[in-house]
Design a binder for this molecule. Structure first.
Ligand code: LLP
Length: 428
């Protein structure tokens, strides 16, 4: 469920008309709903009741500080993959003990930073990383809690580029390696292995691979415990898919909880999850204005928007589908026309969709890309020297700009000219 609804024909976010935000902040602009973020987090965590689970929100999905602070106040932890994300989580008020540091290539500097900060868990993804962690922990005189990320060799996820749990992917170690590395870590005296972890993919709409991966972790846990090595916790990653359009709806968190119960009923283990998309995707939209409609003689109708692939790259990168809704609803009987919806960037990849059936639109109309709250703004860039798209957070009837659009002065001011190119009149 989300809080983007038409009221009297005008699309709102909670109690705020999107048109008002577009008028005040300009377009393109991302708009997030506090109520949806909160609801998704609470529903996800509550789905496992009476089992208490830790939910470390995957910061990469939407790392805006106000989004993180909203979730932190509900008790969320943070799954992070860089020093920058750790800094964000801490600044937003996530307790350091609830920060998990994941990622396939943590630098030594990042590991040292994370240990000095005292993050709650480091998810180790390879043997060289374990070596580095042990060494840095000894140097700093700390004994960090850590997990070994297992690659359970299952295929899951909506697109090859976001499937992570197959043996051929770069993430985690094989089952045998996991047991060996976990035992090695336990014997090192330098680090405290507390958990096994996995994350097999994103936009998962069939729970079977997840259930298979969870079962694998249970078997490994039993194996380690059989060797007298304690495993207190399993970090089961994220991955649950969201409905992007009128497809059979992906399973809800309650179905995930049933799968978890099937695997872990009666098994004494603490559980952590790292959901990102399922919390944030349907809590955000990208609002854009129609620049013009360009009719080609071949009959194609291009809807040229002021949003482009640099603002929302998912369609270009993953062939992702985002519902596009006019901000002012058309009459229910208005005819639908096929549009190629594109941005102004100078490459054909800057196409959001082709042949999409929409009511007739004209210059200055507003449209909203739905389900854009996850992996939207975080993946945006300034390609074509387009200002980074701003972000707005709505809460009831109020809204705030939580990342302003940079000015051209700010953008260009970040790039000092090489000294020999200074335009100071001095000729070479
Ligand atoms: N934990 C780890 C270790 C991850 O790598 C990810 C996502 C998550 C948790 C959160 O997964 P989620 O619940 O959001 O599925 N940019 C792509 C998605 C990349 C996902 C990467 N890892 C997209 O736009 O679809």
């Amino acid at each position: 469920m989300n809080h983007f609804e038409a009221r009297a024909g005008e699309l709102h976010c909670e109690d705020v008309p999107l048109r008002r935000i577009a008028q005040q902040v300009g377009t393109p602009v991302y708009v997030y709903s506090t109520a949806t973020l909160s609801r998704h987090f609470t529903v996800f965590q509550g789905a496992f009741a009476p089992r208490a689970v830790e939910v470390a929100y995957a910061v990469k999905a939407n790392s805006n500080l106000s989004v993180l602070a909203t979730l932190a106040r509900l008790g969320a932890g943070a799954d992070t993959v860089s020093q920058g994300e750790i800094l964000r989580a801490l600044k937003a008020g996530v307790p350091v003990g609830k920060v998990v540091f994941s990622g396939a290539g943590k630098t030594r500097a990042e590991l040292a930073f994370a240990l000095a900060a005292g993050v709650g868990q480091i998810n180790v993804e390879s043997e060289p990383e374990l070596d580095a962690l042990i060494q840095i922990a000894r140097e700093l005189g700390v004994q960090p809690a850590m997990a070994i990320r297992v690659n359970p060799d299952v295929g899951a996820g909506g697109h090859a580029k976001i499937s992570t749990g197959k043996a051929e992917n770069k993430f985690g170690v094989s089952l045998g390696e996991a047991v060996r590395l976990y035992a090695r870590a336990a014997g090192s005296g330098a680090v405290r292995p507390v958990a096994l972890a996995c994350h097999v993919g994103s936009q998962i709409t069939d729970l079977q691979p997840l259930e298979d991966a969870y079962r694998t972790l249970r078997v490994l846990t039993e194996q380690l415990r059989g060797q007298g090595i304690p495993v207190a916790k399993l970090d089961l990653g994220g991955g649950l898919g969201v409905p992007y359009f009128n497809q059979p709806a992906p399973p809800p968190p309650s179905a995930l909880a049933e799968a978890v119960n099937r695997v872990f009923e009666g098994f004494d283990i603490a559980l952590t999850f790292e959901p990102g998309r399922v919390i944030a995707a349907n809590a955000g939209v990208l609002v854009s204005e129609v620049i013009h409609v360009h009719h080609r003689p071949e009959g194609r109708r291009f809807l040229v928007l002021d949003a482009a692939m640099n603002d929302l790259i998912r369609p270009a990168m993953y062939d992702a589908y985002h519902d596009i809704r006019p901000v002012t609803a058309a009459a229910p009987d208005a005819p639908l026309l096929p549009y190629d919806v594109v941005g102004p960037i100078c490459e054909t990849g800057d196409t959001f969709t082709r042949g999409r059936l929409l009511p007739e639109l004209k210059a200055r109309d507003l449209v909203a890309f739905m389900s854009a709250g996850a992996y939207g703004a975080v993946m945006s860039s300034e390609y074509n020297t387009r200002p980074l798209v701003p972000e707005v957070l709505v809460n009831g009837a109020q809204f705030a700009v939580v990342r302003p659009r940079p000015t051209y002065e700010e953008m260009l001011g970040r790039e000092p000219l090489a000294p020999w190119l200074e335009l100071d009149g001095a000729s070479p």
